[in-house]
Design a binder for this molecule. Structure first.
Ligand SMILES: Cc1ncc(COP(=O)(O)O)c(C=O)c1O
Length: 324
């Protein structure tokens, strides 16, 4: 019996996604939306807070601050509340209303950025706001998912370990992950390469994100991509990168629901699209285990990815930008 649901982080279900087009490509998805606050980010929030409190990196009087487009903010607001810590979450105009509501209801203070930065996103202005506050408030701890090595460590010991243990025959040939802060792929890649040195780690990103050097462009789907290159990625082992469009992402989210009964969030569709794209022109003679991470659930995208008008807007935008 659990005394608090927030202690049930990890050990998420692994599901086989049968596909007839590529019979040798055995796809297995870790459903990270089974974590207590609904996303892969519970792993980082829970781990960082526990480690920092245990090691005196911060204490009960510390105020935490973080820039988050949603899932990390939701997770941090839950785990800070559990530990009676104060939390300031810096969000922006693109944050899904449901995430903003959850963050507020869990007692966090919200700062909402409405001025776009030079790349048309909000991240740079969110970070500037935090840096300004750090100068004024000495008891402020910036979680800083883009650079904090604890973010990657959280995934090394949990999701990375689970992927290695749960892969059929404990054989991992490929791992596909969406990237935003880079914490997941950094931690998971280090663990997977340690136990399966020949495994290939494939990063999936969205056109318009600068993480792997694409030209900055307006992006609409939260949770994947970034308008800065995360420092933490210097420690990641990445063999290849697949870029997908937002329209491909939407189509793949819908396919996951139709064919596999998975009502998944945006980056899960991107990852699924990335797997298809990667293997489309490769001849795979023997069966390979392809592990992938589905980071959050579809409910939070009801007005976007699962909305017909919004999909049409993204289709037109992707056509104009020559992405599809
Ligand atoms: C939906 C979703 N997918 C993927 C990611 C990527 O994870 P990371 O920030 O560890 O790179 C995130 C991170 O917030 C996310 O919310």
């Amino acid at each position: 019996m659990l005394t608090n649901i927030l202690n049930k982080v990890g050990n998420t279900p692994l599901v086989y996604l049968k596909n007839d087009e590529m019979p040798n490509v055995k796809i297995f998805a870790k459903l990270e939306y089974y974590n207590p606050t609904g996303s892969v980010k519970d792993r980082a929030a829970c781990y960082i807070i526990n480690r920092a409190l245990n090691e005196g990196i911060f204490n009960k009087d510390t105020v935490l601050i973080e820039s988050s487009s949603g899932n990390f903010g939701v997770a941090l607001s839950a785990y800070t509340k559990m530990h009676n810590l104060k939390f300031i979450c810096v969000i922006d105009k693109n944050t899904l209303p449901v995430n903003e509501m959850l963050i507020r209801l869990q007692g966090a203070e919200i700062i909402k950025i409405t001025e776009p930065d030079e790349f048309g996103g909000y991240l740079l202005n969110r970070i500037k706001t935090i840096k300004d506050l750090l100068k004024k408030m000495p008891n402020l701890y910036w979680v800083n998912q883009y650079a904090n090595t604890l973010n990657a460590e959280a995934y090394y010991g949990s999701l990375g370990r689970e992927i290695c243990q749960e892969a059929p025959g404990q054989r991992v040939e490929y791992v596909f992950m969406g990237v935003s802060s880079g914490g997941t792929i950094t931690g998971v890649s280090r663990r997977v390469k340690k136990e399966n040195p020949d495994a290939k780690i494939i990063a999936v990103d969205i056109y318009g994100s600068v993480i792997f050097g694409d030209t900055p462009r307006k992006r609409y789907i939260p949770g994947i991509g970034s308008s800065l290159q995360p420092e933490i990625l210097e420690h990641a082992f990445i063999d290849d990168v697949v870029l997908v469009s937002e329209y491909e992402t939407i189509l793949c989210c819908k396919e996951l629901l139709e064919k596999h009964n998975l009502y998944a969030g945006g980056s899960s569709g991107s990852v699924y699209a990335g797997i298809k794209k990667y293997f489309r022109d490769r001849k795979i003679d023997e069966s390979v285990n392809v592990m992938c991470v589905f980071a959050d659930r579809g409910e939070r995208y009801i007005e976007t990815i699962y909305n017909e008008e919004w999909t049409e807007m993204i289709r037109k935008h992707s056509l104009v930008e020559n992405l599809i």
